[in-house]
Design a protein around this ligand. Structure first.
Ligand code: 2DC
Length: 518
């Protein structure tokens, strides 16, 4: 035995691979296989410094104390702030236990990278059991989000082609751009109707409609018509149900599955009603597209949305397609609309940033003659602004993975099968990771020498957000046109905080003022 040094086998040896990572990989969901090269020396550590799992800081030993503090501090809706506090108290790693849930929490980008390296071929995040419980209850299939193991991998590889591959994104751009132009028209109309030369409002519901219209145009190749002033109660019900679905998930996260259902609690009932409405509306849309697919002529080469694309591919059974399309339709509403609201709010508070973006967009517009696809390639500062928004206002409070092998984090030995959470919200606000984190400064993403595992708003690796490219294109096109046409101001200069309703959303309404640029 070699004294003074042990070596953990974490080189992905179970798959016969060696580890050496390049930074692009956190950005490349399409290649599900990683490129390994070189030998792992990463986890060679000396006996003295490698500490045991049970030596981890945190009050995990005292299950009931932590559960009590959690509830007392309005734990659920305050999850993100409690994590900030815990990292301050315990340092960059701590262990936690809430009810039966054990986890290790980390904050450093390098540690997130280590976690990525140990996620294995079938990465898994923390299960949102209420979502699975609903599907079990109604005998619906799981979509790619809820699947795991081989089943997940098979679906994910097929769906990647239709959703996130470089060739397919260009198909989305014209569909999304059309919706954005309609949104811009509705804003002009509101300004006109107001008679005051501006539109002052909480834009949340208009943004929900925009986001639903956008994702449906991409999924079904058809317009719902939500921005053309049509009264559409079905879609409004869908929008309200998605919000209710998220809201009713969080109180159930830490309560054992059987329990809530057996007591027929109000949250569980709300949750079921919300999903029922979501499934019903998604089903109407899917059926409509499905009928049109059968009427389609074989020579029709025109792109008509993700669903038709998947049907043409014929690689996935219909049930599985339906399940994943429903997830995408539900997942595409609150996520992008809230991120756009935060972005406009930050631009209102930071007029200099807004001006810099405007000149970048105007230049790009001249250079590309307004071609949307080319525009997307010519706005690096705007892309950085989106990263900056997600740094301060991530949709997901954490990213989680189960370790697939023994791993070392911050010199602690983390056993295989441990749930490790990256504190995304806390990371974005940490001054050791980001210089002056309180500042909304998109340029930091252009200047900084290393952004390695810092831009994690959509997660990492093959299990990252599958809607990422749709969301990015949708939000960039929205901002390109909005910043070009309107000055964005706010009367609310006090900080708006986040609240946790499964996803992080603004705690109070954000009032914005939109004024046309002559
Ligand atoms: C919530 O502790 C907090 O993208 C938990 O569009 C851990 C956790 C697990 C999974 C995360 C969830 C959190 C937040 C919402 C996420 C979800 C995975 C996907 C989902 C981040 C961080 C989301 C919003 C999807 C939702 C699609 C759904 C409607 C079918």
């Amino acid at each position: 035995m070699i004294r003074g040094s042990i070596r953990l086998s974490v080189s992905g040896s179970s798959y016969g691979q060696k580890i050496s990572f390049t930074s692009v990989e956190n950005d490349n969901p399409f290649s599900i296989r990683r490129n390994y090269s070189g030998t792992s020396q990463l986890y060679t550590s000396s006996d003295q410094t490698l500490k045991s799992y049970d030596a981890l800081p945190g009050d995990w030993r005292n299950n009931w104390v932590s559960a009590y503090t959690f509830w007392k501090n309005d734990g659920i809706r305050n999850m993100h702030n409690l994590m900030l506090k815990n990292f301050k108290k315990y340092g960059p790693i701590y262990r936690e236990r809430i009810g039966h849930h054990n986890s290790v929490n980390i904050i450093n980008p390098e540690d997130a990278a280590t976690l990525f390296k140990s996620e294995g071929l079938f990465p898994e995040r923390m299960k949102v059991w209420p979502w699975m419980a609903y599907r079990d209850h109604r005998k619906e299939k799981y979509g790619v989000l809820l699947k795991s193991g081989e089943e997940w991998r098979k679906d994910r590889l097929i769906l990647n082609k239709a959703l996130i591959s470089p060739q397919i994104i260009q198909k989305f751009v014209p569909l999304l751009n059309e919706v954005v132009l309609d949104f811009v028209s509705t804003v002009y109309k509101q300004i006109e109707d107001s008679g005051r030369g501006n539109w002052t409002a909480d834009l949340s519901n208009d943004l929900f409609k925009f986001a639903l219209e956008s994702v449906c145009h991409v999924l079904y190749g058809e317009r719902l018509g939500l921005l053309q002033g049509h009264h559409n109660p079905e879609s409004q019900k869908f929008i309200d149900s998605v919000t209710l679905m998220f809201k009713s998930t969080s109180p159930m996260l830490y309560i054992p599955p059987g329990l809530l259902r057996s007591i027929k609690s109000k949250v569980w009932q709300d949750h079921v009603v919300a999903w029922d409405t979501i499934f019903a509306h998604a089903n109407t849309c899917i059926q409509k597209t499905y009928r049109q697919f059968h009427l389609r002529s074989k020579n029709d080469k025109e792109y008509s949305g993700v669903l038709t694309d998947l049907l043409l591919q014929g690689m996935l059974p219909l049930d599985d397609i339906k399940a994943s399309i429903t997830e995408l339709m539900a997942g595409g509403v609150d996520t992008t609309s809230v991120t756009l609201l935060w972005t406009m709010y930050e631009l209102a508070k930071n007029p200099n940033v807004q001006e810099n973006l405007r000149s970048e967009i105007i230049k790009a517009n001249q250079k590309t003659e307004g071609d949307p696809l080319q525009m997307l390639k010519s706005v690096p500062l705007l892309r950085a602004a989106l990263k900056e928004t997600l740094r301060l206002h991530p949709v997901a409070v954490t990213l989680q993975r189960y370790t697939n092998e023994d791993t070392v984090l911050q010199n602690y030995r983390i056993p295989v099968g441990t749930l490790v959470q990256v504190g995304l919200y806390a990371m974005g606000r940490n001054s050791e990771i980001f210089f002056k984190p309180e500042r909304y400064n998109p340029e930091r993403w252009l200047n900084q020498e290393s952004n390695y595992f810092k831009n994690l708003g959509f997660g990492f690796g093959p299990r990252q957000c599958i809607g990422r490219r749709i969301a990015e294109a949708e939000m960039l096109l929205f901002l390109i046109h909005m910043v070009q046409n309107f000055k964005i101001e706010t009367s609310r200069l006090v900080e708006v905080k986040s609240t946790f309703d499964l996803i992080l959303i603004p705690e109070n309404p954000i009032m914005l003022i939109l004024k046309p640029i002559e």
